[in-house]
Design a protein around this ligand. Structure first.
Ligand SMILES: Cc1cc2nc3c(=O)[nH]c(=O)nc-3n(C[C@H](O)[C@H](O)[C@H](O)COP(=O)(O)OP(=O)(O)OC[C@H]3O[C@@H](n4cnc5c(N)ncnc54)[C@H](O)[C@@H]3O)c2cc1C
Length: 392
């Protein structure tokens, strides 16, 4: 998602781009089937994707707007409710299947004269000389003025460039699945914090929900072994019956959760974006939204460097990108890490503090509005491609 978005942004501005992708994005799927992988895309991401000319294409495939969000603590009375109408917006964001975003960006890349798509192709080697030289698994070699590693959490490019990461395992696994609840979700995202991890119900337009259930690795293993009826029963209990009983569940997937941050995002001739640079807990659905901000920010820096006749791969150019994004990403990584620990803690004074904190924040007016605007990707320093407003 992030690499193709960056490719679209810079190819549109006249730079020549080659996007190397190991797996061809799916191009067809049964209408009534929802992808296991979905992301809550912020308004900022929507504006970026609209400016790249892909949002409409995504809307045509399927996007699910949500206008409210309820968050509550299983261990007390604390709860907070966010509503788009509080800040005069039509919705808080959209739940979008990853394959929809991937396909729309991939098709757009295919239409741009300056963009070449190499797929299926896998990176296997990297050398730094005057400019970076990549070797692909089939033996082909490519040279570029700038190589961008957008190859995900286990980034091969990052490893080949010798860039380390800081981070730790969360000791949680996230189970994802599509479920049918007894009651309609009312275009609302629901999230319940339990000591073992958060459980989120994300609304899909057809009345179903995509769930992200973060729990201990041992409990995740047990849940994955249950048959559909037993799993639905456990999920109904864990969700406190917020949407009634869970009636049906589709295929399930499980992802180990880890916090990871690259020690640097750049070196001469190289930049990292998206999960290759930072991996974050999914509890606030910020991962790919941060990645799109990286892509928009790097595109802005590269386009300006080119206009001013500067080398796009020089450290001086790339430092502007790193300065714009590393601190901001670190702030979000830290905040999510804090929430994860704070909400897992069973020490009575901390439980009391978080329940009080949630209820105070719920009634805080301007502070709550700021939280909403930040989660929607509308607050703070934004790259031009994200700032330019589109009609939602
Ligand atoms: C359970 C869960 C729920 C989540 N929910 C949300 C959410 O609601 N909102 C949100 O913003 N984020 C969410 N995220 C995070 C989000 O999924 C990631 O941030 C996002 O996928 C990162 O995108 P990316 O393009 O950087 O990397 P990836 O999606 O990992 O893509 C990397 C790409 O590189 C390709 N690749 C890898 N290695 C090679 C190689 N050697 N050669 C060629 N190609 C290669 C892969 O095929 C892939 O297409 C969630 C994550 C999880 C685990």
């Amino acid at each position: 998602m992030v690499g193709s978005a960056l490719g679209c942004a810079v190819a549109e501005a006249g730079l020549e781009v080659c996007v190397i992708e190991a797996r061809e994005p799916s191009s067809a799927w049964p209408v009534d089937e929802v992808d296991l992988r979905v992301s809550a895309l912020s308004r900022g991401s929507q504006q970026f994707l609209a400016n790249l000319g892909v949002w409409e294409r995504m809307a045509w495939m399927r996007i699910s707007p949500y206008s409210e969000m309820h968050v509550w603590d299983a261990g007390g009375q604390g709860k907070i409710h966010f509503s788009a109408s509080d800040i005069g917006e039509p919705n808080l964001g959209h739940i979008v299947e990853n394959r929809v975003t991937q396909l729309a960006l991939w098709e757009r890349l295919g239409e741009l004269n300056n963009a070449l798509r190499l797929c299926p192709a896998q990176v296997s080697g990297l050398e730094f000389g005057e400019s970076p030289t990549l070797t692909l698994k089939d033996g082909a070699c490519l040279q570029a003025r700038l190589l961008v590693g957008a190859d995900g959490r286990e980034s091969m490019v990052r490893r080949l460039a010798g860039i380390g990461t800081q981070g730790w395992d969360y000791d949680q696994h996230a189970i994802v699945a599509t479920i049918t609840p007894e009651r309609h979700h009312r275009h609302t995202a629901w999230q319940r914090f339990m000591p073992t991890g958060p459980l989120a119900f994300l609304p899909i337009d057809d009345g179903r929900c995509s769930i992200v259930w973060s729990t201990s690795p041992h409990r995740a293993e047990e849940l994955m072994l249950l048959d559909a009826a037993e799993f639905c029963h456990e999920l109904s209990l864990a969700s406190d019956g917020i949407l009634g009983d869970v009636l049906e569940v589709g295929p399930r997937g499980v992802f180990p959760l880890r916090l990871g941050h690259a020690e640097t995002y750049i070196r001469e001739g190289l930049a990292l974006v998206g999960d290759a640079a930072h991996a974050i807990h999914p509890l606030a659905g910020q991962g790919v939204n941060l990645g799109f901000l990286d892509a928009a920010s790097l595109a802005e820096v590269l386009i300006e460097a080119r206009a001013k006749g500067r080398r796009i791969g020089s450290l001086a150019t790339l430092r502007r990108y790193e300065r714009a994004r590393k601190g901001a990403n670190m702030g979000m990584l830290g905040a999510m890490d804090f929430f994860k620990r704070f909400f897992s803690n069973e020490v009575p004074p901390l439980k009391l503090a978080r329940n009080l904190g949630l209820s105070l924040a719920d009634h805080s007016g301007p502070l709550k509005h700021l939280i909403i605007r930040r989660a929607m990707g509308l607050a703070g320093e934004l790259p031009k491609l994200v700032r330019n407003k589109v009609h939602s």
